[in-house]
Design a protein around this ligand. Structure first.
Ligand SMILES: O=c1ccn([C@H]2C[C@H](O)[C@@H](CO)O2)c(=O)[nH]1
Length: 136
């Protein structure tokens, strides 16, 4: 898919925030960077915890930071590991990103940019809740 997204800038921002990751338990620091509809770059890194299950993925930290900064619509995201290798977000993070990027969110990957719809087909979304409310 062809886009006008500056993935070079997004990857650089992801690598930069990755250096601030807190990942003493996995030893696997991750950085994530996204560009908003308004052109703002927002970032996040993974933040682990001694109670392992409480760790937060870089993508979740990114979304929390974005919303806290008043950014709610994401256009594209890039995620990387300590070597700068591009990662595709885990399943939970795909759902978290879908909330603020929708199925058109462009996700960087080793195979080129991909729409989130391809990585999270038939996603559970707001229209499903609307159906439940209608049926109630
Ligand atoms: O897309 C990913 C994949 C993994 N991790 C984190 C979770 C955990 O802290 C570490 C090892 O899985 O990497 C992320 O933040 N994002």
């Amino acid at each position: 898919m062809s886009t006008d997204i500056d993935f070079g800038a997004l990857r650089a921002a992801a690598r930069d925030v990755m250096t601030r990751a807190y990942a003493p338990y996995s030893g696997f620091p991750v950085g994530a960077a996204a560009i908003s509809e308004q052109g703002h770059i927002v970032t996040g890194c993974n933040v682990e915890n001694v109670s392992y299950g409480l760790g937060v993925c870089a993508e979740v930290a990114l979304v929390a930071g974005a919303v806290s900064a008043g950014v709610r619509r994401l256009r594209a995201v890039s995620v990387c590991d300590a070597d700068g290798r591009i990662l595709t977000p885990c399943g939970r993070c795909r759902q978290v990103l879908a909330e603020f990027g929708g199925e058109g969110l462009i996700v960087d990957s080793e195979r080129g940019p991909r729409a989130l719809a391809e990585l999270l087909p038939d996603a559970f979304g707001p229209s499903d809740l609307a159906c439940a409310e209608r049926d109630r």
